[in-house]
Design a protein. Structure first.
Length: 297
């Protein structure tokens, strides 16, 4: 267990699906000017934008909009969750009805993988960027450090969490880390789960980063919406990247959509089967949809 700093939580309302998701969002420049939190729009709500990638609806949005929503929800301690969807995610959702439902009910389903962003570009959102977990985590932490929001880290190992804390203390000296917990690598008992939920809520965290791996982290977030009084972000291996436990791909590989290949080279035994199956299915089904057209669900 990693020591934490506690604050009293301000429990906010739980709202889903969100009619105000795409409220007018301040830019990162506005965040740099001071600690003013973005407010949810009181104007006529807008519908979520996006397109289906295989069988999952992925949001078409940008860094500023995504971060502004997370900051605003966190400020109110709203219980919400955000999924970061790559090829593995959307292929798994197309094969598993329960996981498909988890993605469908997310408050934001962001295009983490470059191929997922490419599909959105071809679906009418030509400016769509890849919004990946490690960068989303780092960008939000920079904002949280400035505006005083606190964060909780749930997942990974104690060793990784300890390294991550050292890294974050150096990068964000005034960031409030409300807590860090590495749960057992097994199914928790109801009492154990309740204890973690109580710990997170007592800490007053505005955002909880969840690093349990796909699809476990997404299922955990869905099961805890309405119980955890914070925004939950499933960021996968971001803990390991920022802790230095796993070396991230060079920038040119990230921008060219080849980060998956770098990760495969780092862990070939574990990832060979996953990539062989999921990448093949994704390419086949995406090309098929492009050739025959896609009917609206």
């Amino acid at each position: 267990m990693v020591t934490s700093e506690n604050r009293n939580p301000e429990v906010g309302s739980v709202t889903h699906a969100d009619p105000d998701l795409l409220h007018s969002a301040p830019s990162l420049v506005d965040h740099e000017r001071g600690p003013t939190l973005p407010q949810l729009s009181s104007e006529k709500p807008l519908m979520r934008r996006g397109a289906f990638v295989l069988d999952s609806h992925i949001d078409a949005t940008n860094w500023d909009e995504a971060l502004a929503n997370i900051v605003a929800w966190g400020a109110q301690h709203q219980s919400r969750y955000v999924t970061l969807c790559n090829v593995h995610s959307v292929v798994t959702a197309s094969q598993d009805a329960a996981f498909k439902k988890v993605i469908a009910q997310a408050d934001l389903a962001l295009p983490d993988g470059a191929p997922v962003a490419w599909v959105l570009r071809r679906s009418g959102y030509p400016e769509q960027q890849r919004l990946n977990g490690p960068d989303l985590m780092w960008r939000y932490l920079g904002l949280a450090d400035k505006i005083g929001q606190s964060v909780f880290f749930y997942g990974s190992s104690d060793d990784t969490l300890n390294k991550l804390k050292v890294c974050l203390n150096a990068a964000f000296p005034t960031l409030t880390i409300a807590g860090m917990e590495s749960p057992p690598f097994r199914e928790l008992t109801p009492d154990e789960d309740l204890a973690y939920v109580d710990q997170i809520n007592r800490s007053g965290a505005h955002v909880v980063f969840v690093g349990l791996g796909c699809p476990k982290q997404e299922a955990w977030m869905a099961n805890h919406r309405g119980r955890v009084n914070a925004v939950m972000l499933g960021v996968g291996a971001a803990f390991d990247y920022h802790a230095g436990s796993i070396k991230r791909a060079p920038i040119w590989m990230q921008k060219s959509g080849m980060e998956w290949f770098h990760r495969f080279c780092s862990e070939p035994r574990r990832l060979a089967k996953r990539y062989a199956v999921t990448n093949t299915l994704f390419i086949y089904r995406t090309l098929k949809a492009m050739m025959i057209g896609r009917k609206a669900p």
